[in-house]
Structures are given as structure tokens and as C-alpha cells.
Write a protein that binds this ligand. Sequence first.
Ligand code: GLC
Ligand code: CA
Length: 547
Amino acid sequence: MSDWFKQAVVYQVYPKSFMDTNGDGIGDLRGVTQKLDYIKLLGADVIWLNPVYQNSGVDGGYDISDYRAIAPEFGTMEDFDELLAQAHARGIRIVMDLVVNHTSTAHAWFRESRSSLHNEKRDFYIWRPPFKGGVPNGMRSCFSGSAWEKDEVTGEYYLHMFAREQADLNWHNPQVRQAVYDMMRWWLDKGIDGFRMDVIDQIAKPPEILESDGGPGGDGASGPRIHEYLREMNREVLSHYDVMTVGEMGSAKVESALRYASLDGSELSMVFQFEHMDADAGPHHKWTTEPLYLPRLKRVFEKWQVGLHGRAWNSLYWCNHDQPRIVSRFGSDADERSRVLSAKMLGACLHMMQGTPYIYQGEELGMTNYPFRDISESQDVEAIGAYRELVEEKHEMTGEQMMACIRRKGRDNARTPMQWTAGKNAGFTTGTPWMNVNPNHETLHAQAQVSEPDSVFAFYQALIALRKSLSVVIEGDFTLLMPEDEQVFAYTRCDGHDTLLVQCNFSGKEARLDESARMGGRILLGNYDCEGPADRLRPWEARIWIR
Ligand code: GLC
Ligand code: CA
């Protein structure tokens, strides 16, 4: 098995918000092609493209109505082919989003499936009769409300773990699996370089979700057949191509990831686990404004770094289209100096760990959350659904409290247009952007950073270059230092040849370093321009040492 994914650095593009080339206010494929040199300049060598397939416009492209067509707002299949060719010409690979837990209810399969109890596609989806005249069981959608929707045509319910326009496919039906594999081969034969697999741990529905018995449904864990299906997909499709794969798996634990992401290559290259993203969760899950308790975050990383070392492969991420901006979350955007320092510190902390790093568009500039005022400014089904449930139905929060949560955690924070210049609409579009541009684009934009040696962009370039030049970053083991400290995140990486020491201050105050977290040697990279005291870190300071 080829393992180029271990050396790779992935840049995630959310096309709708990246670059608009025709003035309709929506980013498009030609916009991605136009900015390939920018991605190359950063040093990333793989692009993960969020869904660009034909869709019904409900969930940012994750409600696909035709897997083999490009959504008109993004361009044409010719535009896609051109992007792929231009990327490959620059040595950049393209990984596509694979969304096969569900399709849009506008997909031809679903339209057939719903048409009658006996249609040959009926069993492509999960249909159940009512239980005592109501929903089959208590399963809840990840986007609030019941996961069951009644369809008037046959009087039965279909399962949707996300929006009601996203009907879950029935992976227990071998015809569904073969139809998906055919579609995957079709894209791979075009020459794409892999897949990011959307909520792939949810495809193998556990038996309790499938009963129309009035029971609770399930707890979000994967069904027992998940490994069987992933192995089959690997055997039938993936193993025939030179690709990387990453499975989005909210339920993955170290134990299951040892199988999902085993270095034996039998399932996937790696998974996106969520445990570090839950480190600042509260009783309403992500909807909280509680600050991070650093020891909790460190424990999660330690568990994954040590647990997978030598046996499976980690992904490394702070941001994506479902997460708020990391600098506003675990760093500080309170003033310009803190923003720049903490964005660099967070980059250093993540990029020196073992695994494949993912950089979400704008993260390399230290882009921040957006100052949402009220719910009418949200476009995201998740936030709108949660607001309805927690504020309007259950009265568990006031509208103001929920808006504070959305400002801190909402997915729309990541989806504001990419900030290219100080000009109108940050250079993203000449028209009216589909989503407001962050007002801070006048000072925070790519043009100002690409040629500025002290910029967040330049620091990310340096981090990528370090990873490419030092094998200890790829192969070394991981040891967490000062585990209980509430300000310092420090660790070593060692491969028997080189030792790296990474010291990060996750606070805006000076922090003391224990003896255990100091080392002789030389500093490879830091975010202050003069060397500070060896036994302390300045606010948001990061230093990477080698010996
Ligand atoms: C994944 C996607 C997210 C989407 C959901 C349903 O979590 O990343 O954006 O809403 O799946 O497809
Ligand atoms: Ca456009």
C-alpha cells in the first residue's frame, strides 16, 4: 500500500465561500482553479473539496440529488475536469467528499423508493410502518427533532439522521452498496485522489434504530457491521487505486480507530475523530460558551497520539466547515496582537503532532468568528434547528444565550467568504456574497499576508516546510509533558535520532515551564521575534526545539 498520505498536508476548500468568478455571489470551481497557486504557495499538496455535486440546497451540498453531476452554481463537469488537470499539473491532489450515508429526497433513487411499497428501490432507504399511529421509535435527528418523517404516499416513515430532506440509505441492502461502489469507481476513474467520507460511521445502522417498537432508537454508536462494509468497500474499490481516504466518525474511539485507520490499509487511511472538538462541550453538547479546560484537551490528544502510534494513522485538525474558527475558540481574537500570536501558537501545537494535518480555508490567515447578532443572520440548518428546539420549544436558553453559543460555536463562523483583499467583499465576489463577509477583512486578508514574513500565513508555510524536512514529525513518538497544567501544552516527539520539544502557551498570561518541559538544543521556530526566558512562556507563545 502506498502511504503518501502520511507526508501530505491537506487544504480544505469550501467552494461556496472560496472564490466567485462570475459575480453571482457564490464561490465556484473556476474560483478554486484560479487560486491553486495560492494553495501551492502555502505548501499544501492535497485539496479536500467539500461537495460540489448537484444538491437540493438544504445543507451546504450534503443533500445530493445526483452524484455524477456538478451543481450549476459551482460550474460544469468541464470546469471540474479543468480543476483536476490544473491541480495535478502543480503536484496537488484532489480528494472529494463522499456523502453516502444519505441522499437528498430529490435524488432519483428516493423518488422511486417513495412511490410505492413494492417499487424495486423501496429497500434503498429505511422505511418503517408507524408504531401505534406515530413515529417508529424515539430516534432523534442530529439536526433536532425526530429522525423519522412520515411520507403521505405510502403512510410509512423514512429515516433521516440529518435534515428531513436527507434520507438515509439502507446499507444493509447489497444493491445500495454496489450502486455506491460504481459511483466511487466513476470518480476514481476520472483521476481523483481519494475521498473524505461524510458521517461514514453511521452507514451500518444498528438493529435498535430499525425497529418500529416505540423504543429509544439508538445512541449514535455505529452498528456492528461497519467494519464489514468498510472492508468490502476497500476490497472492491479503494484497493484498486492509489488514493487516500478519511472517514468522518463522530463515534470513533481509539479502540475502533485502530481498525478503521489501521496501517495495514484494510479499511481507511485515517479518521476524523471528534473527541478533541468535544473538549469544550457542556450539557447542551456543543451549544455552550464554557471556556476550554486545557488538561481535558491535552488528555484527548495524548490518548490518540499514543494509542495510534505505530498501528494506525491520525488526522490532525482544528477547523473545518462544521467548526467555528479556532483562533476565536481556543486562542484569542480580542486584539490584533493576540490574534496573530495565538493563531500561530495553535498551528504549531497541532502541526508538530503525528498524523496528517488539515488546514481549513482562512485558518492559515487566522480568520475569526463572525459577530452574528440574531438568528435571522444564520443560514445553517443545524443552528436554526437548535435555536428552535432549545429556545422556542424547550425554553432551556434565552435567545440571547443561544446567540452567544452560536457566535462561539456555530458552523456559519467557518462559512463566511474567504478574505482575499481589503477591497469590496474581501475580493471574494464582485456581486452580493451569499453570506456576509466578516467586517474585519479590511485588515485581515490574504494579500497582506502572503508577502509579510511575520504573518500567520508565513508561519503556516514554515510549519509545513518543517514537516516536509524532518522525519521525526512524521514518524516520532509522542510524550505529553505537564499534563495537569492549565496554561501550557507541551510535548516531545522522538524517533531515536531527533527529539522535538513543542512548548505552547494557551493563555494570554505568562506561563511557567517545569523542568520537565525544557530542553537544550536550538529553536527551529517560534512566534516571538526575540528569544525569551527558558523557564517561562510569554502570552500565547509557541516554541519548537530540536536536539
Ligand atoms: C457531516 C458534514 C456536515 C453535514 C452532515 C450531514 O457532518 O460535515 O456538514 O451537515 O455531515 O451530511
Ligand atoms: Ca459563482
